[in-house]
Design a protein around this ligand. Structure first.
Ligand SMILES: Cc1cc2nc3c(=O)[nH]c(=O)nc-3n(C[C@H](O)[C@H](O)[C@H](O)COP(=O)(O)OP(=O)(O)OC[C@H]3O[C@@H](n4cnc5c(N)ncnc54)[C@H](O)[C@@H]3O)c2cc1C
Length: 337
């Protein structure tokens, strides 16, 4: 693919700006706190002022309130690590948050940070459970959530997403348009698409279509120096970005293959005496040349926990239905149990 075609692919993303949203949020905040004239602490941090000055009105920089600290100092795994262990081993602390509202501002921030030798932590949706999105040692937090752009090219069967676009949004949008992703994350509400490319990339659809890299037509990348690059599978650096966790650049956008939505779903469940038996079965599926979209393995422990959770939920619902003498709900919950 020539450079001109690559640039065109990401053109709408490069034009995207969150300025309108940022303005509306500022107005709503001003209205809400009309009677409480306190600042956001921005005046007390000259670095934050300098960063804000380097960016357009589409972007915001702010210091963390105690509630925001609870969010930004955790991810879906770190949140469950006992506080004293975290305190003993790490210094979880962020100086302030920068939330770019355009790719140009994202690039401007990275360039500024490179020049000033500032360290920062990249944060997508914070669903990766291993701490990569959690700031340490007073890092700046680079929050990508406002870069939640997506665009479908129906003819090319291609979806372009920004760095902050989450699966739940694109899945809903694609379904409305009669399309779907080839590969999808197992937890339907988890993560950004670009964060998935930067960390994992295996999920539903992987058995049939392979790792997500097989469906990525191009990546828009901001290098640690602040340069912008467009990489396609032919580029020697393309592969390295998958699973790179932000260490060699920020994935600012991705162009992915999509498929027409198919409403036919044929789930089959098999039970095995051991994990070895299940593995043998999977090998047979491969040998027979079968191509199910996904093969999911649930171990007995997982099934037992899920069963207990569901049982508790439906028992509660049944009790409520009995109390309300709701015959329809009683029947439904008895059936579920
Ligand atoms: C219940 C559950 C199910 C999951 N299922 C799957 C699954 O099926 N398959 C799978 O692979 N993973 C899975 N995950 C892991 C995780 O959700 C994904 O890896 C997710 O897509 C990460 O995206 P995020 O935006 O939340 O990244 P974050 O948690 O915000 O960040 C993760 C890491 O990537 C970096 N990063 C984030 N965005 C970018 C970017 N645009 N460019 C460069 N670096 C970036 C961060 O600095 C950090 O190091 C699951 C997680 C949960 C909690």
């Amino acid at each position: 693919m020539d450079t001109a075609s690559k640039s065109r692919m990401f053109e709408p993303l490069l034009q995207f700006s969150a300025e309108h949203r940022v303005k509306a949020q500022a107005e709503a905040r001003a209205l809400l706190f009309e009677k409480f004239p306190f600042g956001n602490g921005s005046d007390s941090d000259p670095l934050m002022q300098n960063v804000q000055a380097a960016l357009s009105d589409a972007s915001v920089a702010f210091r963390l309130s105690p509630v925001q600290r609870d969010v930004y100092y955790n991810d879906s795994g770190t949140a469950f690590v006992p506080y004293f262990i975290k305190k003993m081993l790490l210094r979880i602390k962020g100086r302030f948050v920068v939330r770019p509202g355009s790719v140009a501002d994202l690039q401007a921030f990275v360039r500024y940070a490179a020049t000033e030798q500032l360290s920062y932590t990249i944060r997508g949706a914070g669903t990766w459970p291993f701490g990569g999105a959690v700031p340490q040692n007073n890092d700046i937090i680079l929050d990508l959530s406002h870069l939640d752009f997506f665009h479908l090219d129906r003819d090319a069967r291609r979806l372009v997403v920004g760095a902050g676009t989450v699966f739940a949004d694109v899945r809903k949008f694609l379904r409305e348009q009669g399309f779907r992703l080839k590969q999808d994350i197992t937890n339907p509400h988890s993560g950004t698409v670009c964060g998935w490319i930067a960390t994992g990339g295996l999920g539903l659809g992987a058995f049939k279509y392979g790792h997500v890299r097989k469906s990525v037509q191009a990546l828009l990348v901001i290098t640690p120096e602040g340069d912008m690059r467009m990489l396609t599978p032919e580029d020697p650096d393309f592969e390295a970005l998958f699973g790179s966790e932000g260490q060699i650049g920020i994935i600012a956008g991705a162009a992915l293959d999509v498929l027409p939505e198919s409403y036919i779903s044929k789930p089959y469940a098999f039970s095995f005496d051991s994990a070895e038996e299940a593995q043998k079965f999977m090998q047979l599926v491969i040998n027979w040349g079968l191509k199910p979209t996904s093969l999911l393995y649930f171990d007995p422990h997982y099934i037992a926990i899920t069963y207990d959770i569901e049982k508790e939920k439906h028992t509660k619902k049944l009790n409520a239905a009995l109390k309300n003498e709701d015959d329809f709900a009683i029947q439904r919950e008895r059936h579920e149990l």
